[in-house]
Design a protein around this ligand. Structure first.
Ligand code: SOE
Length: 385
């Protein structure tokens, strides 16, 4: 079987996904030959250059043309959230399988439209919650599913970055609500909300506080990855998303959660961490040390109990037979290879995709509930959204 991919977007995520498609067949056997058929972006010079550099056979400057091409089986969307819905719905109508970056859409309603369109068309759909695919996180999930943590009581997670602390850092699209939907909460919090759902189940109620520390910023001149430049005298525009969000939550299973997302934590570059405490044990994962999982078992012998540090790099751990010998650590980009591997396998074997657009909808629902609770200054039931 051969699957032809059409990728929308050639920036940060576009590069991460291109790398994943390029590496997939070299390290894994997903049961299909993957062809990087076309990459799409508005700027012809950039998209042509990216096609050459990232290994795509052809390019398009219009996603409308891309989704109609007969030689494309998969549409992968890495453009900002404001265009996800339109592209995904059109892709579904054209019978393409869809992979889409997070957060799924600007609103939960839009995310639901995307889910419905994909289900109606009978195509596979997956969302890019890549941190689920760190081997140490899959191991944490396995330990929890096996009951090693017992009854889950607490979840605490944070995602801390520092790249917009300078008040003159430009007004990039990640700070404009009509393009990104939500700030630190949607961009960073989306990841730990998904990890918490993956590890501990559904959220019941949430209560949050949100803050925009810098309310106006110079208009952007140039942007590359997460860095951007602005002219010192450039006109300023309004920041209409949260710079930081904190919230507490109760899960359907009765566990309690504490969460924090910010881009104002000096010194923290990509500091995602999650800890789960049960009555029989605990796990702790810190992304910047992504090959390790900390695990405490109350079943260990008294006297030598303590958090053990598991190196999740041996072949016994998920995905690791495909890479290198034990101790030869893997990194950020590998999580994308793993998620694309699972997506392709689901297409080949006609099995459900995980995480799907359904998980994308659930995440949007929690984001919106936190925002509503911050406005109301009261707890909100997630099912109200
Ligand atoms: C920027 O904050 C960003 O690139 C997010 O958009 C990604 O989802 C996250 O994984 C890393 O940080």
């Amino acid at each position: 079987m051969r699957l032809n991919v059409g990728l929308v977007g050639y920036k940060f995520m576009g590069k991460a996904h291109s790398n994943a498609y390029a590496r997939l067949g070299m390290f894994f056997d997903p049961g299909a030959e993957i062809c990087q058929r076309a990459i799409c972006g508005r700027d012809e010079k950039w998209v042509a250059e990216s096609a050459k550099k990232f290994g795509w056979e052809t390019y398009e400057t219009s996603w409308e043309r891309l989704v109609e091409r007969d030689d494309i089986d998969i549409i992968d969307i890495t453009a900002p959230s404001n265009v996800h819905k339109e592209i995904a719905v059109a892709a579904a109508k054209n019978g393409k399988h869809i992979f889409c970056e997070k957060p799924l859409a600007l609103t939960t309603d839009d995310a639901r439209v995307m889910l419905e369109a994909a289900e109606k068309a009978g195509v596979k759909h997956q969302i890019g919650f890549n941190y689920r695919f760190a081997p140490a996180v899959v191991l944490a999930k396995k330990l929890i599913d096996e009951g090693k943590l017992g009854t889950i009581r607490h979840v605490r997670a944070s995602y801390l970055q520092d790249f917009i602390i300078d008040p003159d850092f430009p007004l990039v699209w990640r700070l404009q609500r009509d393009i990104c939907g939500s700030g630190a909460l949607g961009d960073l919090g989306a990841h730990f909300i998904d990890l918490a759902r993956y590890l501990c189940g559904d959220f019941k109620t949430v209560m949050g506080i949100q803050k925009t520390f810098i309310t106006s910023r110079p208009l952007v001149q140039k942007m590359e990855g997460l860095s951007a430049q602005a002219d010192a005298n450039a006109p300023r525009g309004t920041v209409d998303v949260d710079d930081g969000t904190v919230f507490i939550a109760e899960f359907e299973n009765g566990a309690l959660g504490v969460f924090e997302a910010t881009r104002f934590a000096q010194g923290h570059k990509n500091d995602l961490s999650i800890e789960v405490n049960g009555d029989k044990g605990s796990i702790k994962f810190v992304f910047e040390r992504m090959n390790e999982l900390q695990y405490f078992s109350a079943d260990d012998e008294p006297g030598t109990q303590g958090f053990r540090l598991i190196q999740a790099t041996e072949g016994i751990h998920p995905y690791m037979t495909a890479w290198w010998p034990a101790g030869h650590v893997i990194g950020y980009e590998h999580t994308f290879v793993h998620e694309i591997y699972e997506f392709v396998r689901a297409i080949v074997n006609d099995t459900p995709t995980v995480p799907s657009f359904y998980d994308g909808v659930k995440c949007c629902q929690i984001i919106e509930a936190v925002e509503l609770s911050a406005q109301r200054r009261a707890a909100v039931d997630v099912n109200e959204i």
